[in-house]
Design a protein around this ligand. Structure first.
Ligand code: 13P
Length: 248
């Protein structure tokens, strides 16, 4: 059975002092999480050690927001998998639309990142998703299929999370309709070719939308940006409740 994974991507937010205050508020709110779900937070690199120490013993895992494909070398500004492992990191986001856009990351580089993550025992969270122009041009399926195919070459689908994050829904307040998000997540599962791969939805997820999203059959979790920055709000998301009829 697929595990539910609720992840918070803090992006470029939180100093160590802010992260410490966050975890103090967050800890008690996730003390009694149902056992069917895993919760991750992805702080900026500089706050990873602080957050890992503060959340020790809670079961909440730490993800990195990116990972380089080499273990070490002349790659100014980059962080490698062995450096992350030293801090107890278990997951690494790769292929997020922001580095794809701002730093021109390619599917080939993203694949190298995912491979390095898996080789070192980290679980890559591969983000895929179409822009508004691509959706309007009816290219959604083609774009995501390519991102999945190229991003996952040589990757073990059972040590992987794929996050469907339509770019037009990120940070805009426009959540993709849950039925459409479910449809794309189902297509992604088919393209990965393994029914047990974990597929998340991301894009303006919040306390109001979480329960409906999690009631969808092909959505195994969420990757949350803005709404994960508030410990109370993110704890509510982590404690999502699926209506009885949908869960049955
Ligand atoms: P928002 O939840 O702020 O739309 O961000 C989504 C995201 O990019 C998570 O990786």
């Amino acid at each position: 059975m697929r595990r539910t994974v609720i992840a918070g991507n803090w992006k470029m937010h939180m100093t160590c002092a802010e992260a410490q205050a966050y975890t103090e508020a967050f800890r008690p709110l996730v003390a009694d999480l149902p056992r069917d779900r895993q919760v991750l937070v992805a702080p900026p690199f500089t706050a990873i050690a602080t957050v890992a120490a503060a959340l020790q013993g809670t079961g909440v895992c730490i993800a990195a927001q990116n990972v380089h494909w080499e273990d070490k070398g002349a790659y100014t500004g980059m962080i490698s998998a062995p450096m992350l492992l030293e801090h107890g990191v278990t997951h690494a986001i790769v292929g997020h639309s922001e580095p794809r856009k701002y730093y021109s990351e390619t599917d080939e580089q993203i694949n190298l990142r995912a491979r390095s993550a898996q080789e070192h025992g980290l679980i890559p969270i591969l983000c895929v998703g179409e822009s508004l122009d691509q959706r309007e041009a009816r290219e959604t399926e083609r774009v995501i299929h390519r991102q999945v195919e190229q991003g996952l070459e040589g990757i073990d689908p059972l040590r992987l999370i794929v996050a469907y994050e339509p770019i037009w829904a990120i940070g805009t307040g426009k959540t993709c309709a849950s039925i459409e998000a479910n449809r794309i997540c189902g297509l992604i599962r088919g393209w990965v070719g393994n029914p047990d791969v974990v597929v998340q939805y991301g894009g303006s997820v919040n306390e109001a939308s979480i329960d409906e999203l999690m009631a969808q059959s092909d959505i195994d979790g969420v990757l949350v940006g803005g709404a994960s920055l508030n410990p109370k709000g993110f704890a509510r998301i982590a404690n999502y409740q699926v209506p009885v009829a949908a869960a049955a």
